[in-house]
Design a protein around this ligand. Structure first.
Ligand code: PLP
Length: 378
């Protein structure tokens, strides 16, 4: 059994998912080809409308990738050079890269050890007269504490951009009982449709989402060369489009997004139950106010055993990944920040290990993965 399971275990199994959904996806792609409506075809609008309805956002503005979405969001806010953006250093580089590209200043603050998301007290401490934006990343599929973040933003008159590249479909419940989707709580949200994301296309793709129509129109204009009327350009923009074939794939996959989340949660529950008794492992904590869509299932391995466990799993044909091995403030590109101390972020970079997580994990595979992990600790 172990031989078979080992052969087929992937960190993300896009091949098996595609086989399961192949017929409608192929048809949708063929339709775009038959219509030769490769750029800005009707399917792009259709998908955007469907996604807007799914997450209950007034507007969804499609674009070329999740990094562009972040850049467009920042450009839409009319910030000026040197303005400060408070964000997490425990994230993918894209989050901070666009800040620097626009001449703005990333201010990295620490995260919570239990849910990996930005720490509220640390945000408040970092606010200065130059602060303009709080940019939480809903890491691994669970929302940051948006109620606290929105309260801080209101108190200090700041914008909030949600990076929900990993959390599309997650919901946050406020203390008044109302629930909102990731990406729709701040002024503007951004997401990525990179193939391995929870809603992934067959290439690059991304989107912004907002309930602020003026801001949404501005973002759409920026994504389209700063133009509202063709060949008339009012502001400096970029060229960032979601192409029609990607929209067609996404439009089919969106119908399954809830099911994808359910499947990921099932795998997570299996891991939780099987691994909870291992003293040297900490399974991912659920934050009461947010649902979790498990973009990643991330363990914390204590006593410096993370790399040894990863190597052991590799030797048994089980992929596991470290997201992220080097926090952003320790990256060469941010060498001027190397003396900043973010102890929790730095500890997490040493301890975290993400297990295979996708929509196609079988009980056989999960059992093999967990048995192998137990074998390591015995
Ligand atoms: C994937 C990702 C991005 C960037 O998305 P791309 O589509 O690859 O540009 C940004 N932020 C986070 C947190 C991500 O995981």
């Amino acid at each position: 059994m172990s031989e078979i399971a080992a052969e087929t275990i992937r960190m993300v199994d896009l091949a098996t998912q595609y086989k399961r959904l192949q017929s409608p996806i192929d048809k949708a792609i063929q339709k775009v080809i038959d219509e030769t409506s490769f750029i800005s075809g009707p399917i792009v609008k259709e998908f955007s409308a469907h996604l807007a309805a799914h997450i209950d956002a007034k507007m969804v503005i499609p674009c070329a990738n999740g990094t562009d979405a972040l850049q467009i969001a920042l450009m839409a806010l009319d910030l000026k050079a040197g303005d400060e953006i408070i964000t997490s250093a425990f994230t993918f580089i894209a989050t901070a890269e666009v800040i620097v590209l626009l001449g703005l200043k990333p201010i990295f603050v620490d995260v919570n050890a239990d849910d990996f998301n930005i720490n509220i007290a640390a945000i408040e401490k970092a606010i200065t007269p130059k602060t303009k934006v709080i940019l939480p990343v809903h890491l691994f599929g669970q929302c940051s504490d948006m109620e606290a973040i929105l309260a801080l933003a209101k108190k200090h008159n700041l914008y909030v951009i949600e990076d929900c590249a990993q959390a599309i479909g997650a919901n946050f419940t406020f203390s008044d009982g109302k629930s909102k989707s990731a990406g729709t709580m701040g002024n503007i949200g951004t997401t990525s449709f990179f193939p391995s994301k929870n809603l992934g296309c067959f290439g690059d793709g991304g989107a912004l989402m907002t309930n602020d129509e003026a801001l949404g129109k501005k973002a759409a204009q920026i994504a389209n060369h700063g133009s509202k009327v063709r060949y008339y350009h009012d502001v400096v923009g970029i060229n960032s489009r979601l192409d029609s074939i990607q929209a067609a794939v996404l439009n089919e996959k969106l119908k399954h997004l809830n099911d994808f989340s359910t499947r990921r949660n099932k795998a997570a529950a299996y891991y939780d139950e099987a691994l909870k008794s291992i003293a040297e492992l900490k399974t991912p904590q659920r934050f009461k106010k947010s649902t979790h869509v498990f973009h990643q299932y991330t363990l914390q391995v204590s006593n410096g055993k993370r790399d040894a466990l990863k190597n052991f799993l590799d030797s048994k044909g089980i992929p596991a990944m470290v997201y992220y091995p080097l926090p952003l403030h320790k990256q060469a590109v941010f060498s001027e920040m190397k003396d900043i101390s973010l102890p929790i972020t730095e500890q997490l970079a040493e301890d975290v290990l993400s297990l295979p997580m996708h929509t196609e994990l079988s009980e056989n595979q999960l059992s093999y993965i967990c048995t192998t992990i137990k074998e390591f600790f015995n």
